[in-house]
Design a protein around this ligand. Structure first.
Ligand code: PRP
Length: 213
């Protein structure tokens, strides 16, 4: 962004957006516009130089990487899957869940020979997980409701996000192994970090301070 005073922050639409707006409210910002946004996608926080952009998780990373947003709030799941060149500066502590390897209840995933098939929305996370075990797997990319894949016989297991565990339980599936833990993170464009260091640090410090309250 050219206007060096302005900080543009992209929030992941949905639950992380709500939690971040709650955090801004605790920090004393006027979040009226953010709470009553209608269908608007670019909003401001009155009395500050902060502009808020609402985007889908992967797009938050894209906008921050390209420098059209200085900062972003995005889940560690999206960061791990997409990676990219940005700084991850703060764990906000909300949006907690985990990546897990799961499959049909009572089955021993590691039993038997032959390459296993894993269905997932997160092929990069899945590839790295099995590479770290030195295990060869076939990965099938699924767009949603990944739990269907082992039920329909497409895969031996899934790597997916587990939050409460209800989806797995209600579909006769169980966690075989945790893969990694997830929460909302603040990311910053490296050039913005140089050019707007003071303003970005001030906002990050505020977010750090109020996140636990
Ligand atoms: C996520 C995830 C699981 C579910 C886990 O799906 O992929 O399906 O939530 O939550 P739980 O452990 O609390 O049951 P999401 O709702 O994002 O929908 P999708 O599968 O269609 O992407």
């Amino acid at each position: 962004m050219k206007d060096s005073k302005k900080i543009r922050i992209a929030l992941t639409k949905g639950r992380l957006e709500k939690d971040t707006v709650g955090l801004f409210e605790k920090a004393g910002y006027d979040v009226e516009q953010l709470k009553n946004k209608g269908r608007r996608l670019i909003l401001s926080i009155p009395g500050t130089d902060i502009e808020v952009v609402l985007a889908k998780a992967a797009d938050v990373i894209t906008y921050v990487e390209h420098g059209v947003c200085d900062m972003g709030v995005v889940g560690k799941d999206t960061i791990d899957e997409h990676s990219g060149s940005f700084f991850e500066v703060c764990d906000l502590g909300f949006g907690r869940c985990r990546f897990a390897l799961a499959g049909k209840k009572g089955e021993n995933f590691y039993e038997g020979i032959g390459v296993k098939t894993i269905a997932t929305k997160y092929p990069n996370v899945t590839r790295r997980f099995f590479e770290s075990k030195g295990m060869d797997v076939d990965i099938v990319k699924i767009e949603g409701s990944v739990e269907l894949a082992p039920l329909l016989g497409l895969s031996h297991g899934i790597v997916d996000i587990v939050e409460t565990g209800t989806t797995l339980k209600e579909n006769g599936l169980e966690v075989y192994e945790d893969v990694s833990f997830i929460s909302a993170r603040v990311i910053v464009n490296p050039v913005s970090m140089k050019l707007k260091k003071a303003a970005i640090e001030k906002l990050v410090e505020k977010m750090e301070h109020y996140k636990g309250e």
